[in-house]
Design a protein around this ligand. Sequence first.
Ligand SMILES: [Zn+2]
Ligand SMILES: [Zn+2]
Length: 508
Amino acid sequence: MRALSALPLDDDVLDRIFTFCPTFTTLQSLILVSKAFYTVYQTHPRSITRAVAYNIVGPALPQALRAIRYPYGDDEVEPGDREYHKEDPDTMATTCPEEHEPSVITAEEKMELQENARMVQSLEDVYSLTQKDRTSATSVLTPEESWRFRRAMYRIMLYCRLFPGDRYTLDDIEELEEEGIKQIQKQRTAVLAEYPTDELLQLYAVVRFLRGILEHVIGDEELATNLAQLFLSLGPESILDAYEDRNYDILEDLLGYSILEEDGDTPLYIGYFSTPLNNIWAARKVTAPPKEEEPATKYILDEIIGANDTCSQCPSLGGLKLITSANWHRVDLQPTQFLKSHLKQTYSISHPFSQAVDKLRLEHAAATREENKRSYPGFKLDFDDDNDGDNDIRTYLPPQLAQFLPDFNKLVDNDPTRTSPAPFYAAVFATPKPSEWDEWTQDKSYCQSCFNRFFEENAWRWYLREKIEGGWNPPEDCWYGYNCKTMVHKQAHADSKNHLCVPTRGGP
Ligand SMILES: [Zn+2]
Ligand SMILES: [Zn+2]
């Protein structure tokens, strides 16, 4: 059919082209090309918009739409004024179903879909790197695996928005009493019971993954056991933020109370996912419900790449745990742990060494931010650090006032623990070293102990070079080099000789 467009293109072809747009912005530009284009678009706006939404979100579109469309409740209503815990579980579970007739996707929904798709993609990248293939920083999940992961992630998002950790203060929770908490447990079970068992197992696997991220960010094992359940309720987007920030302050801020002051024992969040899931396994007589001590990735992944790989330098089996450049940013370090022998205990060496490592990390983080600013025009950092530019107070103030406010970005910039240690690892690999290290290149995989050994033997070489490049003129080498015990307690000796060198004599 060629009537409407009056172009050397069939309207059907144009309609098809519309449906291939990778983003809503592309679609918008295309519609505005000419009146004829616009007219063709107007014949099927719903199906075209849905097709583009599908390009952005993929086959998990029904779940993505439900997560943003569900009528969660009015933000203006105080929890005390609306008795969420008294709402009917079945109504909650069946409201705004995933499967429905194609509908108009509003401008606001388009933005939310795009935003969430970006977030889920980032989480999938982390999942892929930690559970599927340690050598790729971007996801290598198969389309089927990716679909399982994303469908589950959007359902988790919905669940966390229905039962958010920031809804009740600790006093509210006390007022709910056992009865109210039981009621909420029923609602949670009903919401999850809408899904078939295999898809619930996939959801369980993704919950385990999110909990793993939280445990990694929290660090302390005992604290993590208490906190992870509660933090899960803040939803995937907050968990990703904490992961990227390498810090869980942001989660505590969201909760609105300091969990460390309490004992972390909030009955409403114990078994946040596991209690309703266990109810369902029991009700459905699932023969082999998942076990805490077994990996859950089998519910999402058909294959793990390099699961049986060994360290490049020793026979240690490491699989996904092996360290390679793609996952360096996950290897947290105390820089001085990498200093050889007595260099560690010599403050006049270990302290400036740590500072040099921090400086490298901060400079690299700043350069990455600059790079981002260049690649996304309009990109502007703000103090909530979500990069949407809406929160930089200084832009709302006259410049003569704004200059007195601290640059919130700078505050974040000055904390090296919130930046990736990867630039330091790269710098040590790039430092010239004796030929015995020729086989140790940054693209190879290492077990933790070989990785540590490599850095212990070479981090000081990087530091020596760094100092010389900064204008340092090294004094004569001490015979005992990094093994010298005198430098630890005699400052004058530490200063008068160079100890960043291999010993030429045994024990002083
Ligand atoms: Zn090894
Ligand atoms: Zn010495």
